[in-house]
Design a protein around this ligand. Sequence first.
Ligand SMILES: NC(=O)c1ccc[n+]([C@@H]2O[C@H](COP(=O)([O-])OP(=O)(O)OC[C@H]3O[C@@H](n4cnc5c(N)ncnc54)[C@H](OP(=O)(O)O)[C@@H]3O)[C@@H](O)[C@H]2O)c1
Length: 222
Amino acid sequence: MTTIVIVGAGRGLGAAVARRFGAEGFAIGLISRNQEHVDELAAGLTAAGHTARGYAADVRDANSLTTALDRAAHELGPIEVLQYSPLPQREFLRPVLETTVDDLSGAVEFSIYGPVTAVQQVLPGMRTLGRGSILFVNGGSGARPNPQVAGTSIAFAGEAAYARMLHDTLAPEGIRARQLIIPGAITPGHPTHDPDVLADRLWHLHNHPGDFRAFAEEMPDA
Ligand SMILES: NC(=O)c1ccc[n+]([C@@H]2O[C@H](COP(=O)([O-])OP(=O)(O)OC[C@H]3O[C@@H](n4cnc5c(N)ncnc54)[C@H](OP(=O)(O)O)[C@@H]3O)[C@@H](O)[C@H]2O)c1
C-alpha cells in the first residue's frame, strides 16, 4: 500500500480527496495545524474502511512539516502522492495597497517555503518508488493576480513557478507535478466546484500525464 499525504486537510476538499484516493487503496496521511481536527477526519475515514492517520504541523514551520511527513511515510507506507492544499490565511487576502511586508512574508512562507520543504522531504521516497505525483491546489489568483488578494497573488506566482519547474524536471522520471486552479468558491452540489468533483479531477491529474496546469472551470485570460 502506498500513501497520499494531504498537506492542509480539512472537511472540504481535503476530506473529499482522502475518500477518493482511499477508495483506490491508498493509505491517507492528513496534515493540519490542529491534531484534533485531523484525528477527527482520520476517525471518520477509518470508520468508512480506509487507513488514515492525522499529523499536526504548520506549513510555516519547516521542522513540524518534515517531522509529520517523515512519520506518515514510516507509519503508513511510502508516499506516492503529495497534495499541497492548506487554506490560505486571511492576512494573505488583503487588497494590494493594504498589503504589508509582514503579510507577504507569511504568504511566502506558506506558499513557497512550505511547498519546497514538503517536496524535498518526499521526493527521495518517490524516486525510490519510481513514480509519484505532487499536486498543488490554488485559487484563481494562482493563475491571474487579483489586486483584492495581493498576498496569495504574489506568493502563488512563486509557488506556481516552482511547481512548473518540478513538472518539467521530474516528468522524465515518471513523477508528475500538477496544479489545479479553482476559480471561485468550493461549493457542495456545484457541477464543477463540488469537493467530490474536484477530488475526481485531482485523481485524474495523478493518473494521466498532461500539462502542468488544469482549471476547475475556464478562466478568461488566465
Ligand atoms: N474553500 C474555497 O472556496 C477555495 C476556493 C478556491 C481554492 N481553494 C483551495 O482549496 C484548498 C483548500 O480546500 P478547502 O477550502 O476545502 O479546505 P479544507 O480541505 O477543508 O481544509 C484545509 C485545511 O488547511 C489547514 N491549514 C490552514 N493553514 C494551515 C497551515 N499553516 N499549516 C497546515 N495546515 C493549515 C486548515 O486546518 P487547521 O486549521 O487545522 O490547520 C484547514 O482545515 C486550498 O488549496 C485552497 O487554496 C479553496
